[in-house]
Design a protein around this ligand. Sequence first.
Ligand code: AMP
Length: 211
Amino acid sequence: MIAPPGAGKGTQGVVIASHFGIPHIATGDLLRDHVARGTELGQTVRASMDAGALVPDEVVLQMVFEALDASGSDGYVLDGVPRTMAQARSLYDFAVERDKTADVALHLDVDDDELVRRLLARAAVSGRTDDTEDVIRHRLALYYEVTHPILDWYGERGILVRVDAHRPADQVGRHILTALEVLKQVVEGSPGLPRRAVDLTSLGRAFGAST
Ligand code: AMP
């Protein structure tokens, strides 16, 4: 999943993982857990996370690779990674070494005003140190600068699915699962077939999304 903060990656990641019976591996959650436990890794990344900056690629990648291998699963939902082009390439290499590939890159599309509104609402209950307005704006800027461009790479590979994520979470979840079930049939039915990017954002509008 590649989406800005506040788009619903965490919520939808859980929905997808439970539907397909695979682990949901969320780098933000893993990092926050290290910080909470005061591990060496947690102490290293704490200041970057509080400032809404990215943790160094090599730190995140080592943590993710260990989690992927430890999961013992054949498939996963990755949430919060890749966040840079270097991470996308490293994950690709990791997958190739294990004879795996990304079946889908899922983009949750939400406009900035709605993202800031959601993140500020979350701040009231989450207790997350990076959910203050200044840090939120910084995280959004960083997303557009270094994460959003990765979408083109997945688009060229023909595995990008865009979903309009302005609607209530349960509607977005149903929409995602419908799209992924269709793609699953295509992937399983024709493993050698190059896949095309699918843009479902206008479908969201047709279903009454606000934008
Ligand atoms: P998230 O829960 O996905 O919003 O992530 C919270 C914070 O964890 C981010 O603002 C970053 O500081 C850090 N983080 C999570 N995933 C990554 C990643 N793939 N690369 C670098 N930093 C990350």
